[in-house]
Design a binder for this molecule. Sequence first.
Ligand code: NAD
Length: 499
Amino acid sequence: MTTITPHWLDGAPFEGTHEKTSPIYNPATGEVIAELAHATPDEVETIIASSKKASESWSQVSLAKRTAILFRFRELLVEHTDELAEIVTREHGKVLSDAKGEIARGLEVVEFACGIPQLLKGEFSEQAATGIDVYSFRQPVGVVAGITPFNFPVMIPLWMSPVAIATGNTFILKPPGRDPGAGMFLAELWKRAGLPDGVFNVVHGDRNVIGRLLTHPDVDAISFVGATTTAKIIFETGTKHGKRVQALGAAKNHGLVLADADLDSTVNNLIAAAYGAAGERCMALPVAVVQEEIADELVARLVAKAKQVKVGPGTAPDVDMGPVISEQAKARITGLIDSAEAEGAEILVDGRGHVVEGYESGWFLGPTIVDKVNPEMTINKEEVFGPTLEIIRVTSLEEGIALINANQYGNGTAIFTSSGEAARTFTRAVQVGMVGVNVPIPVPVAWHSFGGWKESLVGETHIYGPEGVKFYTRGKVVTQRWPKQSGAVSFHFSGDSQK
Ligand code: NAD
């Protein structure tokens, strides 16, 4: 009998009715490994009601107790990293070491949230007017729903939930339908860390379930990460229904390689950033914008390295790159490579049709290098989200910056150079939210915030770090006086009696 992945309610699995289910696959074999239960409208209602009820008590729990739970959660994540990584690899396909990498980056956010007493300290103005003190502090918004993408099934729920929970909110996770297992495992770890029932719930389902979360009066805030088209729907629907929404979208990141770059390290960085996780990272670097005079040499080295990338199931110890997430994703990526070829680009390394022995039904693609791309080609305009590396040649730093700025997305970018002056010009002029200098994947550490510009972000709020704390809380300012005796009535706005 097929295993059904249940929801999570009040600290335990919640089977529901299974009226509707969808398959969960192992991308390395193409086999169905479980079925996912989709929540009915009544079940969504039950889960939201539990989160609402829990928020009344959780918001009153002391910072000391909340922090103690976060520390325990952190320890459990470390202890169970191997188990969690295996779930990620089984459902997503990425190699085990990479799955552990995403857990480590998520762990950073948990550690950041362990410092919540410091982050929520507030401000105090003594004697703002005679006999009057003013203080400000932040309080939780209530119930937060987190809607997350398939490509980081652990890290992205951990970009959201530790900060939301530490600030006193309850959290409903809507994990990706393709790889929901990691989200369920996180629910179990939260429970074992001592989190009260109902503070972290999980609901599965399609756009009908999400629609309910976006419009329900008892959901106060929505955190979303995924494609831009989805981010726009989420933002528009959520804000229309009076919720605060943070919505991070798609990406098309370019790395500019100047003639004075250290070629050995640049080649290694470009290969890792293009093919790691089979290119299914919003901070992948799928386009190298290369200064003409070194382009031929760089491309020759990239071709040699790309041919050495070992493709196979993510569980195999010596594999660099696993399969892509689905048959549809494989067909879409192949179609974009076809389009580049048809539009005049040169395919120097061709990953289409790559077969892994013993895994013939898996959704594998080999590394691909597409040279002589021009910015107008379809492949450069669209997010590929697969193991492709495009090469675009430019004559100067300025041309490279202009080309990057002309792209609709602005999530991440990098410059490879040994010139501090060029790097400074680039970091100041480029219209992208996260910039690396000789760092190919500049995902900010947890005490900064993460977010892109332009079509990579809908609305204005970045995620985790200080912006996360602000997003999950509302400010309150108290002006207080403890008069010995009441004075005369003052009708002035900032009454003379207050000065
Ligand atoms: P997706 O937008 O298809 O799905 C994300 C979530 O939204 C899932 O939980 C899904 O169930 C839900 N969803 C999908 N369609 C919906 C709809 N019409 N209405 C309501 N909800 C819907 O994204 P994906 O394919 O899971 O993830 C890949 C995308 O995510 C890529 O575009 C990638 O760049 C982006 N991404 C961005 C970041 C970032 O930080 N900016 C990080 C990771 C991934």
